[in-house]
Design a protein around this ligand. Structure first.
Ligand code: SAH
Ligand code: SF4
Ligand code: F3S
Length: 495
């Protein structure tokens, strides 16, 4: 999954989105106490903060966009690399100062770093009052009460079932046009470098009906794009018997017992994608992240069938070398990955946007193996990439089995080579669009000037154009006339 707060290369879409002002609905929410939430890490964490905001609103808290005004501050944290955790630690230093001025202020740590460090966080960071892992968000009001009574409060239990399916998220930092919808939680993959299976627990899928309902409601509220989120969306699976079981339990849709036991094919990701795409042709559908071992032709054909499913796939390679991929426990090799890229281009055409995640300097990676990452990039010519130097995470398979033996400066140099190559490819892939007319969903004013609007094309590229009389939430056709490595520029030709 794309990590929002730590981009090594510009991802215009996310950059534009993050700094937008909050909705007035959220600011006007009635509540006695004020909650400020700051999110780090991937889109799933940002989506989780919206669930937390909903849980807290029920408990009488309103959200605020000012940390200084808040009675309660939550940091929804990421543990993916050491620098992600350092960023949060620095932020806690600032909050320590704030708490000195306002001793009744409560500080909670949520998310993956909270899950990873558990009670150790309370020992190491005195400013923290509450620690809640990703599956403990329903319990937060109780934890807050405990903290209000002067105790430290912790819940880091991971669940096999929790999907927060019934909670309608409160959209934070929303542009009112695009929204994230979580379709599953956790990860069962155990890539050797990755902390996520430890911080988010076992993979579980969310009831498709609750997903479709959420997307439908978003559409009715004026949203025009949903991004379906999971660490590995291609392994989404929902068994009908499971679904009926859950609904019978909650007392809704009671069905004769015989029906609950009729075996029926599970809902796959391709099925789910289709269900969401059918809500309305004007509702765009995106998804992230696809795993090269699991993405199926079925998904690609579904994408091809529906114009409103965006032709863009985030397919993280991590490395271009088969030996390194084996050590990473990615369960595919270079030829398999290339085969998937070829399938995408066969079924969806050359214009389908493709992005990746790349790690430089994984344990024992040789110079030749690093060159294979570069040559894979040459082969694919990605539209974007999220690129990282390997950061050993305590407790992961790699930390246990291999030595983190590539010197920092070598990791950095390799990373810089990867970044330089990607900049060339991003520019080249953007230039392809010059002279083309692109369908753009308007997300709001451009960051640089109110005279311009911006929105993304199918391939997730930010397109900037003069405002005219157009409004956010509309679709327009833009003739692309110029580009940078991060943005396309053009003029509206029709809408
Ligand atoms: N589920 C997604 C990835 C989620 S983590 C997938 O399988 O692709 C986002 C990205 O962070 C990963 O794709 C990987 O490139 C990077 N990452 C994860 N652990 C890392 C580590 N220990 N050091 C450096 N980068 C890491
Ligand atoms: Fe981490 Fe691998 Fe799961 Fe992605 S698929 S979250 S990289 S373990
Ligand atoms: Fe996401 Fe970071 Fe957790 S990338 S899943 S918030 S470790």
């Amino acid at each position: 999954m794309a990590v929002i707060s730590e981009l090594t290369i510009l991802q215009p879409a996310d950059k534009e989105q993050i700094d937008l002002p909050r909705t007035s609905e959220e600011e006007l929410a009635v509540g006695k106490k004020r909650l400020y939430i700051e999110s780090y890490g991937c889109q799933m964490n940002f989506a989780d903060s919206e669930i937390v905001a909903a849980v807290m609103r029920n408990a009488g808290f309103a959200t605020t966009s000012s940390a200084e005004e808040a009675d309660l501050i939550f940091l929804n944290t990421c543990a993916i690399r050491d620098n992600a955790e350092q960023k949060v630690r620095n932020r806690l230093k600032h909050l320590t100062g704030l708490k000195r001025q306002k001793p009744e202020l409560l500080v909670g740590m949520l998310g993956c770093m909270a899950e990873r460090l558990k009670t150790k966080l309370l020992e190491e960071e005195k400013v923290v009052d509450i620690v809640a892992g990703p599956d403990a968000y329903r319990d937060i009001p109780k934890l807050v009460e405990e903290a209000e009574s002067g105790q430290k409060a912790v819940n880091v239990f991971l669940s096999r079932e929790e999907t927060y399916a019934d909670i309608s998220p409160i959209r934070l930092n929303s542009n009112g046009v695009t929204a994230f919808v979580s379709i599953m939680r956790g990860c069962d993959n155990m890539c050797s470098f990755c902390v996520v299976p430890f911080t988010r627990g076992r993979e579980r899928s969310r009831d498709p009906h609750s997903i479709v309902r959420e997307a439908q409601e978003l559409f009715e509220q004026g949203y025009r794009e949903v991004t379906l989120l999971g660490q590995n969306v291609d392994s989404y699976k929902w068994h009908v018997a499971e679904g009926l079981g859950q609904r019978v339990e909650s007392g809704e849709n009671q069905l004769p017992h015989a029906l609950t036991t009729v075996p029926s094919a599970p809902t796959t990701f391709a099925n789910l994608l289709e269900m969401v795409a059918q809500i309305h042709p004007d509702l765009r559908v995106r998804f992230s992240t696809s795993h090269p071992k699991d993405i199926t032709d079925d998904v690609l054909h579904t994408m091809a069938r529906y114009e409103n499913i965006c032709k863009y796939i985030h397919l993280p390679a991590q490395s271009g070398n088969s030996r390194v991929l084996r050590l990473m426990n990615r369960t595919y090799d270079r030829p398999w990955y290339i085969g998937k890229i070829d399938r995408i281009r066969e079924i969806l055409g050359e214009d389908c946007g493709i992005s990746t995640d790349m790690i430089s300097g994984f344990c024992t990676e040789t110079e030749e193996e690093h060159q294979e990452s570069l040559s894979l990039m040459e082969y694919v010519r990605y539209d974007y990439a999220y690129m990282f130097a390997y950061s050993e995470r305590p407790g992961t398979l790699a930390a246990k089995k291999y030595t983190d033996d590539i010197p920092e400066e070598v990791k950095k140099r390799r990373l810089n080579e990867i970044i330089a190559r990607q900049l060339e490819h991003s520019a080249e892939r953007n230039q392809r669009h010059i002279g083309q007319v692109q369908r753009v969903l308007i997300e709001g004013p451009s960051k640089r000037s109110d005279e311009f609007l911006c929105g993304r094309n199918d391939q997730n590229k930010m397109v900037v154009f003069p405002k005219g009389s157009h409004q956010k939430g509309q679709y327009v056709d833009v003739l692309v006339t110029e580009c940078t490595s991060a943005t396309l520029l053009g003029q509206v030709v029709s809408h």
